[in-house]
Structures are given as C-alpha cells and as structure tokens.
Design a protein around this ligand. Structure first.
Ligand SMILES: [Zn+2]
Length: 360
C-alpha cells in the first residue's frame, strides 16, 4: 500500500520547492513541529522532491517518486526509534538494529497509519554506526542519498559514554556531499546543542481542522459525531485525533461490556465491578462513564421517537421507557461526579451497576 498523501504544510512545501529550484536547499534540515502533524510524511515528501526525475518536483509519478511512496527507494534511509539492541557485540547490535528498522518499514508499508514509537524505543550507538555505514555507501540509483531520522531527540546518551551523540555529531560535522539529512523533532531544545547547531530549522505548524477532518474521513473511516469529536480533540494534529478516536472506541467497548453485565444479573455485575482496578486508570474510568451517559442519552432519544446516533448496544435493544433511561442517565451523572473525588472506582461501579439494574 503506498504512503497516504501529505496533508497541509503548503507554506513549508513552497519554501522547499523554491530552495530546490534555486539549488539552495540546505544539506541538513531539522523539521520541527508538534507531534502527529506529519513531520515524517513531510520528510518523505521532501525525499521524493530530491530524488524526483520529473520537471515539477515531486511529480509523484516517476520511478523515484513511486519508489519513495512504496518505501522502496534504495537511497532513502529512514531511521525511526526502535527497541535497544540486546546483542553485546557492536556489529551484532548494528545488525539487530537494521533488522528492527526493516521490520518497522515493512509494517508501515502494510499499515500506512502508524502509532508513535513506544517510550522505550530510541536511537542508540548502533543507530549512529548504521548511519555512518550507510552514509559511506555510494548512491545506488541516483546522485544522492537521503537520511530521515525520526524523533532525533530520542538519541539516547549512553550510560556514562556520549558515544552515540559523538558518532552522529562527527557525521553531521563532515556529511558526505551526496547526502541530505532530515532530522525531525517536536522540540528543538531537546536536541544536544552541538547537534542542533549543525541543522537549519524548518518549522511545521498545526494543520487546519478542515485538513484533519478530510484526512480522517478519507483514511481513517471516521464520520459523523465521532469524526467531529476526533477533529476537535486533535487540535490540528492527525496523530492526536487518531489517538482520541482509539480512546473513544475503547470507551464504547467498555460501555457495551458494562451494560451487558448490568442486565446479566447480580453475579455478572459483581464480576464486572471486580475487574475495575480499585485505583488504576481513572482516566479510562471517567471516559467510560462519559460514553455510558452518551449511550443512554442516545437510547432515550430513540425511545422518544428520534434516531440514535450509533447502533445501540445489545443490552439496550429491548425497549425502555424514556423515564427509565433518563433516571439511568442521572445515576451515571452522579457517579461521574463522585469519580472526580477520592472514591474507589471499584465500589463506585458496583453501586452504579446495581442502580442501573433497577431501572434497565
Ligand atoms: Zn517524480
């Protein structure tokens, strides 16, 4: 599956194209901007522009453009944070790291909407070594190589040895003339000053809500109210909007499960309540209560002759009186209020489930 289109960033694109046309594009760029706005995607677009054999770069249709879109250009070297290599021998570490990166790229080919790397992933000494090795290679296809380094601030200073930073610094101090380096970061101040000073910053801003909305509608299958909620939670970041969508899908599943337990009798209710961690995941708990209130409001709307915004969970498919659903909503609202305080969510849920069972 080819890469999803680059959304927005028109001013930065125009700036890059102008520099390219004038032959003045810096060899080392730092793409700076909030997370989830498409910095990697912009870097890949820039790589396309650099490799493109067409007239209007990037043309999107020449061999090189298509190779970048398929993450298969031999002179594009994309480095993203991966787990720390386990091998102790340096050469083995580099091998392991190259494999891990290859696996991530393979995954992104099949799943072009990706999640941020987990917190433990980073760039290590082996990353700097692999970068050095690849930088020393002659371009396979064209005249140049492009290195895209994601989340460059995750360059992990090694235990008591600044080796990784030094190796990278050496490369950036004397970059091979045939190579362009694109490093991405959310906050330039988190880079080592010695590395930052080598790079020319290019700032990428938040997207417009309309751009986020169109992208989610076209590529994430979102629509209606859910889409609106995702866009507003995203605040100009597709990544944030997608994460909000995941959270609300999770809350919806939790609601379905809870309502099933409520209508299944006392044993099912107790079982569900016990599954609720006594203190953990307060955010998830309140998100579930909010989604539950939404679902009950939806059911009340339908019971009053209107239309539900989403299909109701099975547990609510039996007709209910509007008054019962409104009472249930009130009980959820009270629990939601109590959840703000220092109350054990497990006990709260047990009481709420019993309350709901009386009216549903
Ligand atoms: Zn092209």
């Amino acid at each position: 599956m080819p890469l999803l289109p680059l959304v927005g960033h028109d001013a930065a694109k125009a700036q890059v194209q102008k520099s390219l046309a004038e032959g003045r594009l810096p060899q080392m760029l730092l793409l700076v901007g909030p997370s989830g706005i498409g910095k990697q995607r912009f870097g890949l677009w820039l790589a396309q522009a650099l490799f493109c054999e067409g007239a209007d770069r990037p043309c999107g249709t020449c061999r090189s453009c298509l190779q970048v879109a398929g993450l298969a250009h031999p002179d594009l070297h994309w480095f993203m944070p991966v787990p720390r290599p386990k091998a102790s021998e340096p050469d083995k570490q580099v091998e392991e790291l190259a494999e891990a990166i290859g696996a991530v790229i393979e995954e992104r080919r099949s799943q072009p909407l990706w999640q941020p790397a987990d917190g433990l992933a980073g760039h290590f000494v082996a990353t700097a070594r692999l970068l050095q090795r690849r930088a020393a290679l002659t371009p396979v296809q064209g005249k140049r190589k492009v290195f895209l380094v994601a989340e460059a601030d995750r360059l992990v200073p090694q235990e008591s040895s600044p080796e990784a930073a030094n190796a990278l610094l050496k490369l950036l101090e004397e970059p091979p003339a045939d190579s362009t380096f694109l490093l991405t970061v959310t906050d330039a101040n988190r880079l080592l000053p010695t590395i930052r000073s080598r790079l020319i910053p290019l700032r990428l801003g938040r997207l417009h809500d309309g751009e986020v909305e169109r992208f989610l509608a076209d590529h994430a299958g979102a629509s209606g109210m859910a889409l609106g909620r995702m866009v507003s939670a995203g605040e100009g970041s597709i990544g944030r909007a997608l994460a909000a969508g995941d959270d609300s899908a999770k809350a919806t599943r939790a609601v379905d499960e809870l309502l099933k337990a409520v209508t299944s009798g006392p044993a099912g209710r107790a079982e569900r309540a016990l599954k609720q961690g006594p203190w953990a995941a307060r955010g998830d708990f309140t998100a579930m209560l909010d989604a539950l209130a939404d679902t009950l409001a939806d059911a009340a709307r339908q019971a009053a002759g209107g239309r539900a915004r989403r299909p109701l969970p099975e547990a609510l498919s039996r007709p209910h009186a509007v008054s019962a659903l409104v009472t249930a909503q009130e009980k959820v609202a009270r629990a939601r209020e109590a959840a703000q305080g220092n109350v054990n969510p497990q006990l709260l849920l047990m009481a709420l489930a019993d309350d709901l069972a009386e009216v549903l």
